[in-house]
Each structure stands twice: as structure tokens, then as C-alpha cells.
Design a protein around this ligand. Structure first.
Ligand code: ARG
Length: 436
């Protein structure tokens, strides 16, 4: 029987005094790491089962522990669990409740384990689930982009360089470019998930444990590919978190480019796109306005996505082996990036699916700005054998002439063009319209 004491019940054996209030505040992570309760309970059930399989605790003890943990899961799910900052984190909150429910035998759960390998295991499982969810959300957005591309496969718009009308393209081509970016983002999450899927459990505090544990069993039970091979690395590696944060930041960067285009396209000046009422907001003073707030927020979330990555990298810089409490700072950036990028992916899908593309303005944009000039130059190369530089020069003169006359390239007459290069034939008109 452990004697009643003033200090922390879970680790306070050698302590006489309670932590000060501020110490308790800076030390506690329960406000955010309670998000990992499912992973913590699952990890503990696997650990307890392994302990009993190995004869380290008895079968009956394991049954009591597992039943208690399942009961706690029910309590948390139904909102009947009291999380306490005095118990620091999710691990100790659950273990303490287990003791209340099943008594002293609860103390055996932590045999051959430390919170260091426990938290690393929970966090890897949580991040793995986050990868799966984001992979799914990316695919959903790709689905929406794909459907739009299909619908607009023949709708012509100007493609841009320097945000200046450059060459005619289709809307489908433009949208597909984002689908390709997202494909790489998805593959990065798949890759991140693959690399993180090794189990730290059994590393204990840092040096492993003298009990005859079965790390392969717990790794398999928790759907990891294998146990991590170095126990110091097991408890202190967080490159999986950094990598996850990069994957999220990169996805956010891609979405911010699309968001920026939606914002520009939704201006009356461009009017390429009209957002539905459910995906825009009004102004409290200017009644005519319809603002693309969701797109602006997707663009703005890049700030925190990038910040979270830098935050994590800064926490890790120069951190000596093995576990240090600095590592408790690893979770909030990961949770925040997950929440943010999930929202962005869903908002982008919703905005696009309900938007109306103004294909007439898009076509008009392609007809402004001599977007077929490059095609004209290529025609001169392919049909008259001009070196490209000369063709470029001739085309420049033709564009200038159209500009002076205030007409489009396909509205010039053959004689005018022949005045610049006498070998030009009527076939040239085949490439001068944007549809061609
Ligand atoms: N809440 C802690 C964390 O997130 C758990 C590990 C605590 N380990 C320790 N040695 N104090 O990192």
C-alpha cells in the first residue's frame, strides 16, 4: 500500500511537496493531448495483453485491466470523464482513473513501460490516422476537380504567365494542374505514413527493459510494421511529426495558389467564376459585395501551416538524446495543422463544387491579348522554315499591326500579313483563332 502523500500520485514517491500552480500549468498537456485517448487506451490494452501472454502479469490481472480500460473508453466517449490538469497528461489521467475503477492492480499496467515510449506510440498512431484521413480528403477534392475538368473539357480560357494572357488553354487543363499537385501531396502523406509506422513501445524510458516483453506482438497488435530497432531513437524521434507537418504545409501551399486564383477570378474585373452564396460572405457596410472569404482563409491558413512546421523543427534542433520534456510541445502544431488542412481541403471542395464558371468571360479572355501569337510563330517555323527567332520577330510585327488596327489576329487580312512576310499563305488562319 502506497502511503497517502501530498505530491503527485503517479511519480511523487520521492517528492514531499506539491508542484506550484505555475509548474502545474506549464507541465500539463491534458488540454490538448486528450485527443489521443483512443490511441492511449488501445496501446495500453495491447501492452497489458502482451504482459500477460509473457507471464509478467497474470491472465486475471490483464482481464481486469482491459475491462477497466474499456470502461474508461466508454466514459470518455459519453462525456463522463473528468480530465484533470493535476494529472498532467492523458496517460496519467487514464491510469489514475483505472486505479479508481479496479484498485491497486491498475499499477501493474505500467510494468515494462514508460510514458516516454507510451507517448511516442500514441502519437505515431494518431499521426498515422491523420495521414489516412487527409489522403481521403485529398482524393475527395481530386474527385471534385476531375468532375469539373470533365464538364469543362472544351471550355477555352486564356492561360497566364505573369498574370498576363499568354496562350489559349482549356479550363480542364488548368484545373487538372491542381489535381496533379494534389496527387503528389497525397503520395507524400502515403510515404510519411509508411516511414512513421514502426512501434516505439518496449523502448521504455530509453534503454529498453529487463522484462521478457514481446515487442513484435505489441507492434502487430497496434498495426505497426515492426518495432523500432533503437530504443533511444524510439522515444525521441519526431521526424515523423516534422514530415507530417511538411506534407500539410506543402498541401496548404498548393491550395493557397488555387485559392488565390479563385479570389482573382471572382473579381468583377475578371468574372471567371461566381461563388455560391453558401461559400461566400457579405459586407456589413457595402451591400453589393460578395466576398470569397473561404478562399481567403484557405490562403491565410498557409501562415499557421508553415509556422507549425518551423515550430516543430525549432523544438528538435539541438535536442540531446533521448526524451526531453520539450517533446511535449510536439503535439499542438501537428493537431493544428491537421485541423487546418482538413478544413482547407473540405472548403476548397465545397467552393468548387458549387461555383459557376463564366465560360463566356473565359473565352473572351483568350481572345484578348493576342494569345495565339505563339501559334502564329510556330506556323511560320513549321510551314515556311523560318528560324524561331526570326518567326518571333515577324510575329511581333504582325501583332503590332493588329494592335494599331485595333483588331484580333484572325481579323487581319492576308495581304497585310504578306506585307510583313510575302510567303505567308491563307493557311495561317487555321492557327489564328483561339479554338484552333
Ligand atoms: N506528456 C508527456 C509528453 O507528451 C508524456 C511523457 C512524459 N515523460 C516524462 N519523462 N516526463 O511528452
Amino acid at each position: 500500500m502506497i502511503k497517502e502523500q501530498n505530491s503527485n500520485k503517479m511519480w511523487g514517491g520521492r517528492f514531499e511537496d506539491k508542484p506550484s500552480d505555475i509548474m502545474e500549468q506549464i507541465n500539463a498537456s491534458i488540454s490538448f493531448d486528450k485527443r489521443m485517448w483512443r490511441q492511449d487506451i488501445r496501446g495500453s490494452i495491447a501492452h497489458a495483453t502482451m504482459l500477460s501472454n509473457q507471464g509478467i502479469i497474470t491472465k486475471d490481472e490483464a482481464v481486469e485491466i482491459v475491462n477497466g480500460l474499456n470502461k474508461i473508453a466508454e466514459e470518455i466517449k459519453s462525456g463522463n470523464f473528468e480530465f484533470k490538469a493535476s494529472l498532467e497528461d492523458i496517460h496519467m489521467n487514464i491510469e489514475s482513473r483505472l486505479r479508481e475503477l479496479i484498485g491497486e492492480v491498475a499499477g501493474k499496467l505500467h510494468t515494462a513501460r514508460s510514458r516516454n515510449d507510451q507517448v511516442a506510440t500514441d502519437f505515431r498512431m494518431w499521426t498515422r490516422g491523420a495521414c489516412d484521413e487527409l489522403i481521403h480528403l485529398i482524393e475527395e477534392l481530386q474527385g471534385a476537380l476531375g468532375a469539373l475538368s470533365q464538364k469543362h473539357k472544351d471550355d477555352i480560357m486564356s492561360g497566364f504567365t505573369h498574370l498576363q494572357a499568354a496562350q489559349p488553354i482549356t479550363l480542364a487543363m488548368h484545373l487538372d494542374a491542381y489535381s496533379q499537385m494534389l496527387e503528389r501531396d497525397k503520395n507524400r502523406f502515403i510515404d510519411c505514413r509508411k516511414r512513421l509506422n514502426e512501434c516505439p513501445l518496449g523502448s521504455a524510458a530509453l534503454a529498453g527493459t529487463p522484462y521478457p516483453i514481446d515487442r513484435k506482438f505489441t507492434a502487430e497488435k497496434l498495426d505497426f510494421d515492426k518495432p523500432m530497432s533503437n530504443t533511444l531513437d524510439g522515444v525521441s524521434a519526431r521526424d515523423f511529426a516534422t514530415e507530417f507537418l511538411f506534407c500539410a504545409a506543402q498541401t496548404g501551399l498548393h491550395l493557397s495558389r488555387l485559392a488565390e486564383e479563385i479570389i482573382i477570378w471572382a473579381t468583377p474585373q475578371f468574372s471567371f467564376i461566381q461563388l455560391s452564396d453558401s461559400w461566400s460572405t457579405g459586407s456589413s457596410i457595402m451591400p453589393q459585395k460578395k466576398n470569397p472569404d473561404a478562399a481567403e482563409l484557405v490562403r491565410g491558413k498557409t501562415g499557421r501551416l508553415n509556422g507549425n512546421l518551423i515550430q516543430m523543427m525549432t523544438i528538435m534542433k539541438g535536442l540531446p538524446l533521448a526524451y526531453n520534456k520539450d517533446l511535449q510541445e510536439d503535439k499542438e502544431p501537428v493537431f493544428d495543422s491537421f485541423d487546418s488542412i482538413s478544413l482547407c481541403l473540405q472548403a476548397m471542395k465545397g467552393m468548387l463544387e458549387t461555383a459557376t464558371f463564366n465560360t463566356a468571360s473565359m473565352l473572351e479572355s483568350a481572345e484578348m491579348g493576342y494569345t495565339t501569337a505563339t501559334a502564329l510563330a510556330d506556323w511560320l517555323v513549321m510551314n515556311l522554315g523560318l528560324p524561331f527567332r526570326d518567326a518571333h520577330h515577324v510575329t511581333g510585327a504582325i501583332v503590332k499591326m493588329a494592335e494599331d488596327k485595333g483588331c484580333k489576329l484572325d481579323e487581319l487580312n492576308l495581304a497585310d500579313m504578306q506585307a510583313i512576310n510575302s510567303n505567308i499563305t491563307t493557311e495561317i488562319f487555321a492557327v489564328l483563332s483561339v479554338r484552333a
